[in-house]
Design a protein around this ligand. Structure first.
Ligand code: UD1
Length: 417
């Protein structure tokens, strides 16, 4: 199994391009099933989570061909209404295929999804919403048997929490429904707007995506389109964390600074200087970072839970005590144990994590715990003295495309072994 070997304390410099957003492309791949014919997805990152969704599409009878960052999907061969457990378990977002297959075929049988263990991650909001849309769902022996014998029908859905996945799932399921669906307390993440842009290009009628209320007017059919995926704001935040932790100055290209509205001020609070223009963002970090008073993860436009771990890794070498409050997932501090092996001083109490900054971290053998936890270990290793060996990097591969290549190009001493 691959590991990363990092020799830390190298300054980073230069320019790096930010990949397409994992959290956009995954629901877009599920949504592509609704569109007849061919869809072309540009800026599609090459990730194991993307591969997992592509494998589901292929299992369902679709064709999918990748050439570089372009993925061409043809759904004309779609001929199955079941997804085996082995494919469902690969990612959490596989659950969104439920609504997609149901909307297109009127029935589907699949098992519960997998994904990183960062909390209980129930799917109750997804299932309740689909039931409201008219789906009959039976849960038996870990399987979900779903039918919509009379088709799905538009309705009003108010989410208890602005769940990203549930909002996307409803948008996908409601596109071909009979009548209008209105979702209130919808999630407002940029990836939701990107999904709506894709679906609308296919002929859907979705209004207000990216706002708290989304309206979907059902249409008779959708046909494939060409769509370019937005840049990954979490990957951008990870590169920013790497620059901050190593006291470096780097430039990110292919980024949308407006999507980093809650992230940029956090780095500024640490003493970094950030300048952005168009799709470029330059970050310059001081020799020693300032501590963070309190970083509280919140639904967008708040500070993203996915950026908590990499930013925390930078805060481990700040000049003082930083506090992190995790409000989205209940088990998202697992990386702290591994950071402690590198000399980080971190205390965790429920949803609160107190990080006492040290002048230096030290290389160690560490193991990735989940996707963003793995990114935190990479950030920490870049500023640590000596060699760090990061295991279980399959987690990293879920969301980062050739991270070690990008960091090497910036001057880091990092290689896959
Ligand atoms: C998505 C992102 C993930 C990010 C998260 C929060 C993708 C592929 N993944 O995950 O990277 O960390 O948003 O920004 O886009 N919940 C329920 N019941 C449900 C659904 C969710 O209780 O039916 C809870 C979850 O356990 C969690 C909270 O709601 O505590 C938010 O989860 P949600 O926004 O749904 O996250 P995901 O869509 O899984």
């Amino acid at each position: 199994m691959s590991k990363l070997l990092v020799t830390g304390r190298k300054k980073l410099s230069g320019e790096v391009s930010v990949q397409g957003a994992k959290n956009s492309v995954l629901p877009i791949l599920s949504a592509s099933l609704l569109a007849r014919g061919e869809s072309v997805i540009y800026n599609c990152p090459d990730l194991s989570d993307v591969e997992a969704s592509v494998n589901i599409l292929r299992y369902l009878g679709c064709r999918a061909e990748r050439s570089g960052q372009t993925l061409v999907i043809n759904t004309d061969g779609f001929d199955r209404c079941d997804i085996p457990d082995s494919l469902m378990r690969k990612t959490r977002s596989s659950i969104v295929f439920l609504g997609a297959v149901l909307a297109r075929a009127g029935r589907v049988r699949l098992s519960f999804p997998g994904g990183c263990e960062i909390g209980l991650r129930p799917i109750d909001m997804h299932l309740n919403a689909l039931r409201k849309l008219g789906a009959e769902i039976r849960e038996r022996h870990g399987c979900l048997d779903c039918r919509a014998p009379y088709g799905l029908r538009g309705c009003k859905i108010s989410l208890d929490f602005p769940s990203v996945g549930a909002t996307e799932h409803i948008m996908i399921a409601a596109c071909l429904a009979n009548g209008t669906t209105c979702v209130t307390n919808a999630a407002r993440e940029p990836e939701i707007r990107d999904l709506a842009d894709f679906l609308n290009s296919c002929g859907a009628k979705i209004y207000g995506a990216g706002e708290g209320e989304v309206v979907i007017d059902g249409v008779g059919s959708l046909s494939g389109c060409a769509h370019s995926v937005i840049p990954d704001r979490i990957v951008a935040a990870t590169f920013m964390s790497a620059a901050a932790a190593t006291g470096s100055e780097i430039t990110l290209t292919d980024v949308i600074p407006a999507h980093l509205g809650a992230v940029i001020p956090v780095f500024e609070d640490m003493g970094c200087v950030i300048r952005s223009s168009g799709t470029t963002l330059r970050i310059g970090a001081p020799e020693r970072l300032k501590p963070l008073a309190a970083v509280s993860t919140m639904p967008y436009p708040g500070f993203p839970t996915d950026a908590q771990a990499p930013v925390m890794a930078a805060a481990c070498v700040a000049d003082g005590t930083s506090v992190f409050i995790e409000n989205i997932f209940e088990n998202r501090f697992r990386h702290t144990r591994e950071l402690a092996r590198m000399g980080a001083k971190i205390k965790t109490e429920g949803r609160v994590c107190v990080v006492e900054g040290r002048e230096r971290l030290y290389g160690a053998k560490v193991d990735s715990t989940d996707l963003r936890g793995a990114a935190a270990l990479v950030v920490a290793s870049l500023c640590a003295e000596g060699k760090t060996r990061i295991g279980s990097i399959r987690y990293l591969e879920r969301g980062y495309e050739n991270l070690e290549v990008a960091l090497s190009s910036l001057g880091a001493d990092i290689k896959r072994i």
